[in-house]
Design a protein around this ligand. Structure first.
Ligand code: 4NP
Length: 173
C-alpha cells in the first residue's frame, strides 16, 4: 500500500471484463466500507483489464445475485484499468489494486511497474485460504453464488485491513 495519509485512500477491484467478479466485489466492499464508517476516507472503484464491456452495466446474472442478497447492482458501469492509477495523482490515483486471478495480477503488475507492491490478490485474506476468484462468465448461476460468498468473506477481511491502514477516524484527514 502507498501513502495512507492520502485522501481518499482508493481501492480498485480488478477482473477481466469488469461485468462479473470485480463489480460484485465493488458493491459489497463499498457497503462494508460504509458500515465501518470509513466512506469519508476510503473510495472503492473497479475496472477490467479488457475494454470489451466499457460503459455497460454488470452481467445480469451478477446483478441478480447481488439484488437477491440485498445489494444495489444498478449503478455499475464497466471501466478499464488505467496507467494513471499508478502514475497519476488526484482522481485517478489507486492505492491498492485487488485482483481476482493470476492473469489479472500479471496484467496489472505490468501496468503498475515500480508500484507493483500496490497489487494484491483479492483472496489473499480469505479465511478459507488464498486462491483465485474463478471466472463465472461461461458457467451457470451457481458460479455467481460462489463468487458472492467469496466476496463477502474477503470484503470483511479487507475492511479490517484497510481500516488499520487509514487509521482511526480523524487521522486520515
Ligand atoms: P469478469 O468475467 O472478468 O468477472 O467480468 C468476464 C466477463 C466477460 C468476459 C470474460 C470474463 N468476456 O469474455 O467477455
Amino acid at each position: 500500500m502507498s501513502d495512507p495519509r492520502r485522501t481518499p485512500f482508493t481501492v480498485a477491484l480488478v477482473c477481466l471484463g469488469n461485468i462479473c467478479r470485480s463489480p460484485m466485489a465493488h458493491v459489497v466492499l463499498e457497503r462494508r466500507v460504509a458500515e465501518a464508517g470509513l466512506d469519508d476516507r476510503v473510495r472503492v472503484v473497479s475496472a477490467g483489464t479488457a475494454a470489451w464491456h466499457v460503459g455497460k452495466p454488470m452481467d445480469p446474472r451478477a446483478a441478480a445475485t447481488l439484488t437477491d442478497a440485498g445489494y444495489d447492482a444498478t449503478r455499475h458501469r464497466a471501466r478499464q484499468v488505467l496507467d494513471a492509477w499508478f502514475t497519476g495523482e488526484g482522481d485517478e490515483h489507486v492505492d491498492l489494486a485487488l485482483v481476482m486471478d493470476e492473469s489479472n495480477r500479471a496484467d496489472v503488475v505490468a501496468l503498475a511497474g515500480v508500484h507493483a507492491e500496490r497489487v494484491r490478490m483479492f483472496r489473499e485474506l480469505d479465511p478459507e485460504g488464498p486462491g483465485e476468484v474463478p471466472d463465472p462468465y461461461y458457467g451457470g448461476d451457481e458460479g455467481f453464488t460462489e463468487v458472492l460468498a467469496m466476496v463477502e468473506r474477503c470484503a470483511k477481511a479487507w475492511v479490517a485491513e484497510i481500516g488499520r491502514t487509514v487509521g482511526p477516524q480523524g487521522q486520515h484527514a
